[in-house]
Design a protein around this ligand. Sequence first.
Ligand code: GCU
Length: 431
Amino acid sequence: MKIKLLAALLLITSASAFAQQQAANRPTMVAGFPVNYSEDSVGNYTLPELLKTSDGKPVTTAKQWTEKRRPELLRLAEENQFGKMPPKPKDLAFHAFDKGTPAFNGKAIRKQVTVYFTKDTSDHKMNVLIYLPANAKKPAPLLMNISFAAYNQIIEDNGLRVGEIWNKEGKKVKADKPTPFGKLNVEQFIDAGIGFATVYYGDIEPDFKDGLAYGIRKTYLKAGQNEPAADEWGAIAAWGWGLSRAMDYFETDKQIDSKRVALQGASRLGKTVLWAGIHDPRFKMVIASISGEGGAALARRNYGETIRHISDPSRYLYQFAPNYHGWADKVNAMPIDAHMLVALMAPRPLLLQTGSTDYWSDPKGEFLSAVAAAPVYRLFGETGPAASATMPAAGDTSLLMNHLGYYMHEGGHTVLPEDWKLFISYMTKFL
Ligand code: GCU
């Protein structure tokens, strides 16, 4: 009886949490700033020119893009949005504490590797979980996911090390409780001949206001510096930096085809994988889920979240370079916008996944960003949405299978089980 009551209670709390979450995707006032959801009030804007160099020369070839325009935009995105990050640390070290154990009834082999970022191995270490198809005859391609949870919380496998996560009070605790995120079906990737890897983002840098005191960024502060300089990394760049360190490991593992690694993350981690893929061209592909403002959604569109909302000290200031917040009240003067981020991935495959009721993240802003970025993909002879494309309806897959792909599921701020299936089709085609 007691158990039934508990189950019912749990059901009620999770249902109301769900309702709250849905409502939270259309909040009308955030941090004291109104949020617009009406297309009529989006405002007029002109996007900064993609295909013209800073000295005003038109960019008409892939070579000009690669040699001149791309480096300019990369620097602008670094300085104005995510912040500069340090190179590969000299003391980087790997320890595979699980070197290849059969998993999922022998279908896969599992590895668990600790990546040490600093010489002092007591802190600043990231655990990477990797599954590879057991029957692979050659090095396997990989989907590299970055997660809000420790991997033992999202994957059903009793051979997993129990990780540590940051709790709401900013303390590190054992990750031995279930999460609201549900479980991820890893076997579907293995069945498609694709390996799967994942890390917990908090192993790199915690995700809260004063997280700087604990994460990797602190170890790079120079004497006399209490916080990153105006053009230095926020937490998103730090998470992306950690993904590059996972790539450093993949390059040493002969069973992994490090030239065929796709990154995937959702929400703030969708912004993270977009930036990580842009900055580190070793990643062959990016699947950016519901990345929204600060990700693939146009900042100049006043719809849903804006930089103004992100930049409020009570919210996500710490996730970006301090310079970014200077644009909160003058977004039209910002030298970059999201179409440039999207274009910086060209010609590598990039899939933008959004949700039809995820108003806060502005799915249309991501679509328009892809349309504006597609000319750069076309310079390389690769596909993206045409200038005349209309916004696809929820569930319409017609723009999915492009080098620059766009897909909006029916639903909210999440990655649905059927989205993973589409990601597998996308990877099978482009990875
Ligand atoms: C908030 C934030 C978004 C972010 C999201 C998430 O909603 O405003 O920018 O993408 O959290 O990470 O879930």
